[in-house]
Write a protein that binds this ligand. Structure first.
Ligand code: ATP
Ligand code: F6P
Length: 320
């Protein structure tokens, strides 16, 4: 019955993101206060299929606010695209008498939730956008982005101390984010990089090289900093750096931030946002809001039908 004393499931799914833990903690604390039972399935949709679950209690979550990653583990479960896996997940949720499932993840996880809902239409599904990539359609913000950006900024601070002490170097810095350029573009927006190489604005290798040479011409002191988004994961910056080194004998260094960028204690902003998302999710379950994900748009939380999750977010060049 909607409102009082519901049995609610929760998973984290896709890549982990700082902010997932405080969001879980708030769901568990608020949930219990309002008389709900919160069941955590471990490792995303696979954990539901394999029936790895337990009741989560407020006593265990005190330190979750300050921890990166996710304390109930996450996972990718590509089998869920098949009907057989969708049925399995739906069966398990039915067996546990779960009335609503909260899914903390990215756009892929919301598509997965919708697929499960089709097999179990009485199940309410509510999504919370959690990914350092900031790429969920309809939302200006996804949990984890601020922490990943702060990690990146601290890294750049260190790099620039040395880059400004030894003139004339070129630094290529690759961020995570797959094909989404929000992390890389942010450093450029801050004014800390000469330019950013993004999938949103494809650039031929020769064009990148030309821009590096031009930046060196224009900058009389210090070094040159160029951001690269992760793209296909083949570290294109290494290849381009080799060409520049061989052709022009320039001292060029590549820094690939890699997976430590996905960790670390959530920033205060991510903790605050986590709490806002969690409250809206619980309220949605209680008030009969059905099959939505929560978005943060123009400074406020709103609901968006989960079928929109498959749409591509239009890149916002000046996201702030
Ligand atoms: N089209 C789909 N149909 C069914 N399930 C899906 C679909 N897309 C994704 N999923 C499920 O959601 C899981 C997570 O999706 P995905 O790997 O795309 O990560 P994500 O949620 O987008 O997060 P991140 O941004 O961190 O990558 C998949 O492993 C799969 O279980
Ligand atoms: O850990 P995995 O599954 O290799 O995923 C890596 C991807 O996940 C993300 O961190 C998003 O969660 C992307 O930035 C990155 O490309």
């Amino acid at each position: 019955m909607e409102g009082a004393g519901m049995k609610l499931g929760v998973i984290t799914s896709g890549g982990d993101a700082p902010g997932m833990n405080p969001c879980l903690a708030q769901i568990i604390r608020e949930g219990q206060k309002r008389g709900h039972e919160i069941i955590g399935f471990e490792g995303g949709f696979r954990g539901i299929a394999e029936n790895r679950c337990r009741k989560l209690s407020p006593e265990e979550v005190t330190l979750w606010y300050q921890r990166g990653g996710t304390c109930i583990k996450t996972g990718r479960f590509p089998e869920l695209e098949k009907e057989s896996a969708q049925k399995k997940v739906a069966e398990q949720l039915r067996a546990h008498r779960i009335e609503g499932l909260m899914v903390l993840g990215g756009d892929g996880s919301f598509k997965g939730a919708l697929a499960v809902h089709r097999m179990f239409p009485e199940l309410n599904i509510i999504g919370i956008p959690c990914t350092i990539d900031n790429n969920v359609y309809g939302s200006d913000y996804t949990l984890g982005f601020d922490t990943a950006l702060n990690t990146q900024t601290t890294y750049l601070d260190g790099l620039m101390d040395t880059g400004e002490s030894l003139d004339g170097r070129v630094f290529f810095i690759e961020t995570l984010g797959a094909y989404d350029g929000y992390l890389a573009q942010s450093t450029y927006l801050m004014g800390m990089a000469e330019f950013a190489v993004l999938d949103e604005m494809p650039m031929e290798e020769e064009e990148i090289i030309r821009k590096v040479l031009q930046a060196r011409e224009e900058k009389r002191s210090g070094s040159i900093y160029v951001m690269f988004s992760e793209s296909d994961g083949k570290h294109r910056c290494l290849r381009i750096a080799d060409v520049i080194r061989d052709r022009y004998n320039i001292n060029i260094k590549c820094s690939i931030l890699g997976f430590s960028q996905r960790g670390n204690a959530p920033t205060a902003r991510d903790r605050l946002m986590a709490s806002g998302f969690a409250d809206r999710a619980i309220r949605a379950m209680e008030t009969g809001v059905k099959n939505q994900y929560i978005v943060y748009r123009k400074g406020e939380f709103q609901y968006m039908d989960i079928s929109n999750a498959s749409k591509k977010k239009v890149f916002d060049w000046h996201h702030i």
